[in-house]
Each structure stands twice: as structure tokens, then as C-alpha cells.
Design a protein around this ligand. Structure first.
Ligand code: NDP
Length: 295
């Protein structure tokens, strides 16, 4: 399938994801267009990865349009800006960690132009995006997914999780679980530190025991204990995701007190510590609450 793809949003995730589309275009034929609000990033991407930097209206005429923007609000803005140039038969694959209600609204809006919409957020972080091993959770029509599946060159695993909005709902709950595990590991280690226990050997034990999680194994030691907090995934973005999960809980009439508490904690952390810090810096709020560094 030698399709023309367009990738909108060359951020921490979009840059390596679009690089895989450019690689695929070289190997399988087709063209890989890129657009970014700050145009210099698109020009640099074309130079480094062999994609083609284009205008938004050119991107709108691709066969498959990918977006990976901070929230559904920016996706709404971009849809509004290129709507008039869209062609019937195009598929829009939104890899933003968006809101299920926005997915339903965007799908309805795009269908008026004959464009099919898939909510297709990703997990695996910037490392997974670079390796091309992202997990993609897809909401929308299964037949539309089958059409674009060969183009998902950044994916290691693609799972159809339900109708429009289901992909965003699953992503929000997954990231809420990341937030819960990160915060809980921080609480345990801060308490141990206050009790006079060395945190590094305590973490070594936890990571060889039943209290371990992805957060304890791959984040706390590398980012918190080192005090480096390298920015790969913004705290504001994780707080946004936990907020979406709380909306999913409320809309479903579900009872999820831990997730709701975690929403409040991460909203507070983004305010106090800074939305632009790495998500692991949420534990700095916990440190303030305990008067104790986790180190
Ligand atoms: P970044 O902040 O690195 O990049 C954001 C991108 O959105 C940039 O290309 C930016 O353009 C663009 N943008 C921002 N505002 C607008 C706007 N108003 N109009 C058009 N473009 C805009 O974000 P990430 O790549 O980290 O995250 C993108 C999405 O992926 C988010 O939904 C996030 O939750 C999700 N995600 C992130 C992961 C991670 O590890 N980072 C992992 C999995 C999902 P410009 O260059 O001009 O600023």
C-alpha cells in the first residue's frame, strides 16, 4: 500500500513516530508529509529523516492523517484550520492522548467530509516511539483500522479496544494507573526515608518483590533518586490524562476513589511543581508534604 501519510505535531512523541513513517515510505513506497506549528521543526525533520515538510492544507490531502498534539483542544483547532481541504476517503488517526467525548465530536465532524476517524493513542514513551515498539489502542470502526494497520510503522502492538472514544478511555485509565503506581512508590519510599531507612537498598528490595511496578522499576531509581527528573513526558500531560480518567469514571457512574484522589494529587503537583517538569517530578510535592527528599 503506497499511501501518502501526513503527521501533524512533531513533539517528543511525534518526531520519532513520523520518522518511522518516513522510513516506511522509503521502504514500501509512498510519501511521508510532516507539519508542525513551529515550522523549523518540520524542516529539520525533513532534513534528518527524509520526510517532506508541507503546509497544513497540503497535509489535509494525504490519504492517512496522523495527529499527536497535547490535548483534544489543539486537535479541534487543527481540524478547524484544515477542514476545508480534506478529501473524502481520508482516514484521520489521532494519536493524541485525547478525551473520549472529543473523539465522538471529531468523528461526527469529520464524517460530514467523508473522513473516517480513529482515536489511536499510544503507550511506550519516547523510548518506545524511537524503537518503533509503541502499543496503539484504537477506538473506531474495525474495518477502518484494518485499512491503516499496515501504515502504523511506529507500532509494536495494535489493539482494537472498541468504538469511537474507547482508545482514549483506555489510555486515560492506563496513565491513571501509572500515576497511582508512581505516587504510591513515592509515598512508601518517603515514609521509609523518614523512618531512617536507606532508600536505594529499599528500592532494590521492592523491585525484586511483590511491591514493584513499572514506576518503581523504570522511573523512581533512574529519575527520582538521581534527582535528574529528565523531561520526556510532561507532568501537565499526565495530570491531564488522570483528569480524563476521572471524567471516564464519572461518566460511567463508576466508583474509583483511588483514581479520583490521584487526579487531585496530580493537579496539585502540576500547579506546585510545574506542568512543564517531567511527570516523575510529581514526587517533589510528596517530598514537600513529608519534609523529606526521596534519595
Ligand atoms: P510535546 O509537548 O513534546 O509536543 C507537543 C506538540 O504539539 C508539538 O509539536 C507542538 O508544536 C504541538 N502543539 C502544541 N500546541 C499546539 C497548537 N495549539 N496547535 C498546533 N500544534 C500545537 O508533547 P508530547 O509529544 O510529549 O505529547 C503529545 C501527546 O502524546 C500528548 O497527548 C501526550 O499526553 C501523549 N503521550 C506522550 C508520551 C510521552 O512520553 N511524552 C507518551 C505517550 C503519549 P510546537 O513545536 O510548535 O510547540
Amino acid at each position: 500500500m503506497s499511501e501518502t501519510t501526513a503527521f501533524l505535531g512533531l513533539g517528543a512523541m511525534g518526531t520519532p513516530m513520523a520518522a518511522h513513517l518516513a522510513r516506511r515510505a522509503r521502504e514500501a513506497g509512498g510519501r511521508a508529509l510532516v507539519w508542525n506549528r513551529t515550522g523549523a521543526k518540520a524542516t529539520a525533520h525533513a532534513r534528518e529523516h527524509g520526510s517532506e515538510a508541507v503546509t497544513l492544507s497540503r497535509a489535509a490531502r494525504a490519504d492517512v492523517i496522523f495527529s499527536c498534539l497535547p490535548t483534544s483542544r489543539e486537535v479541534d483547532e487543527v481540524v478547524g484550520a484544515l477542514e476545508a481541504d480534506l478529501r473524502p476517503g481520508t482516514v484521520w488517526v489521532d494519536c493524541t492522548s485525547g478525551h473520549p467525548e472529543a473523539a465522538r465530536r471529531q468523528a461526527a465532524r469529520l464524517s460530514e467530509r467523508g473522513v473516517a476517524f480513529l482515536d489511536a493513542p499510544v503507550s511506550g514513551g519516547t523510548a518506545g516511539a524511537q524503537a518503533g515498539t509503541l502499543t496503539v489502542m484504537v477506538g473506531g470502526a474495525a474495518g477502518v483500522l484494518e485499512r491503516v494497520r499496515p501504515v502504523l510503522a511506529f507500532a509494536g502492538k495494535v489493539v482494537h479496544v472498541g468504538g469511537t472514544g474507547a482508545g482514549f478511555a483506555v489510555k486515560a485509565v492506563n496513565n491513571a494507573l501509572l500515576a497511582v503506581n508512581l505516587w504510591a512508590a513515592g509515598e512508601g519510599l518517603a515514609a521509609l526515608a523518614r523512618a531512617g531507612v536507606d532508600v536505594a537498598p529499599a528500592l532494590e528490595v521492592i523491585n525484586a518483590s511483590s511491591g514493584r511496578s513499572n514506576a518503581s522499576e523504570n522511573l523512581v531509581g533512574q529519575r527520582v533518586l538521581t534527582r535528574e527528573f529528565p523531561l520526556t513526558f510532561g507532568l501537565g500531560l499526565l495530570a491531564k490524562d488522570v483528569g480524563i480518567a476521572a471524567d471516564v469514571v464519572r461518566a460511567a457512574g463508576a466508583s474509583a476513589p483511588v483514581l479520583m484522589q490521584t487526579e487531585a494529587l496530580f493537579r496539585a503537583a502540576a500547579t506546585v511543581v510545574g506542568a512543564g517538569e517531567d511527570h516523575t517530578a510529581a514526587l517533589r510535592l510528596l517530598e514537600q508534604m513529608n519534609g523529606q527528599e526521596i534519595r
